[in-house]
Ligand binder design. Structure first.
Ligand SMILES: *Cc1c(COP(=O)(O)O)cnc(C)c1O
Length: 459
């Protein structure tokens, strides 16, 4: 096997991106705007500013500027844990005996264990710049809460995290990491907010969902002076910050003349996938190249593959703006599967629009096959992957095995979003043969769809 491409391609510090790339600028048909649920009209900057930091609102609404400067302080922070390596999975290729060439971009090299720190530092930076006291947020599996706690600690901002109850209980160490970085952590739904109390009345004993936790965090941000809400995925601004993943990958690949045939990523709210594919999708949108893009989601929370493309609330409490996206309905609470970061009912409106235009495919996979792929990967490549990331691994391995059958030498790139050290309860279930696959029935999905709002003149 030729070894002219190294196992790991690192960029030099001076090759790191100095600007984020905004893929919306190259989309002819733009993602649908956020709507004000009270008026049915697009949200204005003034309406968004009580909830989000001013500069982030500008980024959210900007669908024309292709490149946005990364402030120097954020570039400097990135240098502590970036560039992230682009790894050629020679060992996996050999083990699979495939002619495919497999690459993965590894985002797990920081304490938060995932790509989420890329946006956390940006959002915390703009909050600090605006002179705020602190930020509130939700966290599912805990990676986002950890990343935000780290960023807030660095910038001396207060950080209040609402953590989905099932994760809070399953992952006590994750919670303790956040507290170590100075954040306060509350299991959601909780009785500390009005919306939390309402949700608990309607669904006693619920294990929570990202949608519930978002409602609580937004309520706390909007009722406390000097606080704003920040979100770890879904929003356009988060995809923008995460474009650092794709930009680094593209620079590294260009250096060695590598062109991927397919780009695969797991999709919860769409931020890592959106970030990874952005510069490649930009080329595709401008007619300069042709790639196959594949989003991978859990069969238990199948927003793309079984959801509706409609305006919906991002949160269970229905207090956030409406986003047009592939959704299962904001009242949909997925079964307690182990990929906490993929349990959101909706999807980034940018990715939803790209998917709707047929520019991207989606696949739903079941969790036992995902964990089998995770273990296969861990035993060969050494990295213990996060359950979320393992969705992408599963499809990358499937595709490499297809190449083995057809003899095609495809170049496969996937996003390895993080490590799974805090997911050992899930691995334990799998190792003990106690993990099951839950796929929602059409009736269960119908109940979620029934909660999608009717908006006069729109849907
Ligand atoms: C949060 C998370 C995801 C899913 O979120 P996206 O916004 O869809 O990227 C995937 N992998 C890891 C490790 C995560 O922490």
């Amino acid at each position: 096997m030729s070894r002219d491409i190294p196992y790991k391609i690192y960029l030099e510090e001076n090759e790191m991106p100095k600007q984020w790339y905004n893929v919306r600028a190259d989309m002819k048909k733009k993602p649908a705007p956020l709507l004000n649920p009270a008026t049915g009209k697009p949200m204005t900057a003034e309406e968004l500013e009580p909830v989000f930091c001013e500069e982030l609102v500008q980024q959210e609404l900007d669908d024309t500027t292709p490149y946005i400067d990364i402030p120097q302080e954020i570039q400097d922070f990135y240098k502590m844990y970036r560039p992230a390596p682009l790894v050629r999975a020679y060992c996996l290729e050999k083990k699979l005996d495939t002619p495919a060439k497999i690459y993965y971009k590894f985002e797990g090299n920081n304490t938060s264990g995932s790509h989420k720190l890329n946006s956390a530092i940006a959002q915390a930076y703009y909050a600090k710049k605006q002179g705020l006291k602190g930020v509130t947020t939700e966290t599912g599996a805990g990676q986002w809460g950890t990343a935000l706690s780290m960023a807030c600690a660095y910038l001396d901002l207060d950080c209040k995290v609402y953590m989905v109850k099932v994760s809070y209980e399953q992952k006590p160490f994750r919670r303790e990491v956040m507290r170590t970085y100075g954040a306060s952590v509350t299991p959601s739904p909780s009785t500390t907010t009005e919306v939390g109390k309402k949700i608990l009345e309607a669904h006693p004993g619920t294990t929570g969902s990202l949608g519930c936790a978002i409602s609580e965090a937004v309520e706390v941000a909007t009722t406390n002076e000097g606080y704003r809400y920040v979100l770890g995925s879904v929003l356009n601004q988060v995809l923008l910050h995460q474009s650092i993943i794709g930009l680094e990958t593209k620079t590294a690949m260009d250096k060695y003349g590598i062109k991927p045939d397919m780009i695969i990523g797991c999709a919860g709210g769409g931020s890592n996938l959106g970030g990874l594919i952005s510069p490649f999708m930009g080329e595709q949108l401008r007619g300069e190249a042709d790639y196959q893009f594949i989003a991978v989601e859990p069969a238990s929370c199948p927003s793309f593959t079984r959801g509706r493309y409609m305006y919906d609330f991002c949160d269970t409490g229905m207090i956030c703006p409406l986003a047009k996206m592939y959704t299962l309905g904001s009242g949909f609470i997925p079964s307690a599967n182990h990929a906490g970061g993929l349990r959101f009912h909706g999807m980034s409106s940018t990715l939803s629009e790209l998917y709707d235009q047929g520019l991207m495919e989606a696949r739903a996979v079941e969790q036992t096959e995902v964990f089998a792929a995770a273990e296969q990967f861990a035993r060969i490549e050494g990295i213990l992957p996060a359950p979320e990331s393992s969705h992408a691994i599963k499809v990358a391995i499937d595709e490499a095995l297809k190449c083995k059958e057809t003899g095609e030498e495809k170049t496969i790139l996937f996003g390895l979003t993080g490590t799974g050290y805090f997911d050992m309860v899930a691995y334990q279930r799998f190792n003990d043969g106690e993990m099951s696959d839950y796929i929602p029935t059409d009736e269960e999905l119908a109940a979620g769809f029934a909660g999608i709002p009717k908006i006069p003149g729109i849907q």
